[in-house]
Design a protein around this ligand. Structure first.
Ligand code: APR
Length: 253
């Protein structure tokens, strides 16, 4: 796999890099994306049925059961070479900010630190009534059983139903994480956008802010349709293949 020398130089010499990831970076770990035509989660489930506060209020057992099956799937998965390359890149640059739309912990398990989760996390549920955090027992490492209804646990403080710590459609993103992500995008000199369709805002603004501030923006995605405009770099391929090869070429390991 060969890369443009100018791109390699820009990556190697970057002062502040931002990596912005979506579900595609976890695809090679076996975690379904949302919009891939064949396997995407939304092609099998109606997001309005599962990923809104109204859906949880209407049927907490369906929603809790679905997110628990996704959490169990993540617990049974491992970081892939794409996650590992991103953690390695942080050791090569003076500053790296990792911003993810993903709710799994595969970046952290690959060694990344201070990951900015714009859409929450499967691992940090909270009370739907008093917002108290709820400590989940580590799920048995069993195969995910999609679509199983499960009664959500009860809050130890107020007895309210515990909800997934996910940002649902119609809900606000965590302000601190979003502001930090936007500030990093406005400051960086290179942004790698990895495995995202870039269709969900405000998260999808991150690469746009970087481009507007004059940074080099590189998309890593096997779907040529999902990639950026003419003034952005396009590396068409799987993150688990492209990212390790890109780092090796840039840092001549
Ligand atoms: N490597 C890199 N990219 C990949 C890979 C791979 N191995 N496999 C698939 N992709 C790409 C797909 O081509 C697609 O463009 O990853 C992208 C995944 O897009 P989506 O499924 O839309 O996921 P994402 O962009 O993360 O969705 C954003 O939408 O539903 C909400 O909250 C949810 O955070 C999610 C947000």
């Amino acid at each position: 796999m060969t890369f443009d020398q100018d791109l390699l130089t820009q990556l190697r010499d970057a002062r502040h890099g931002v990596v912005f990831t979506g579900a595609g970076v976890s695809a090679e770990s076996g975690i379904a994306t949302f919009r891939d035509a064949l396997s995407g989660l939304w092609s099998r489930f109606d997001p309005m049925q599962l990923a809104t506060p109204e859906a949880f209020a209407a049927d907490p057992e369906l929603v809790w059961g679905w997110y628990e099956s996704r959490r169990r799937q993540v617990l049974c998965s491992s970081p892939n070479p794409g996650h590992i390359a991103i953690a390695e890149l942080a050791k090569r640059l003076p500053q790296l900010t990792l911003v993810t739309q993903n709710v799994d912990d595969l970046h952290e398990r690959a060694g990344s630190r201070d990951v900015l989760h714009l859409h929450g996390s499967l691992h940090y549920p909270r009370c739907s009534r008093c917002a108290a955090p709820f400590e989940l027992a580590p799920a048995p490492r069993v195969e995910a059983t999609e679509g199983r209804r499960l009664a959500p646990p009860r809050c130890l403080q107020c007895g309210g139903a515990v909800r997934p710590g996910i940002v649902w459609f119609g809900e606000s993103l965590p302000v601190a994480a979003l502001e930090t992500a936007f500030a990093a995008a406005a400051d960086c000199d290179l942004l790698l956008s990895v495995g995202t369709s870039g269709v969900v805002y405000p998260a999808a603004q991150v690469p746009e802010i970087a481009l507007h501030n004059g940074a080099t923006v590189v998309h890593v995605n096997p779907d040529p349709q999902a990639l950026g405009g003419t003034d952005e770099w396009l590396l068409a391929g799987a993150a688990g293949e492209i990212l390790p090869a890109l780092l090796q070429a840039a840092f001549q390991d």
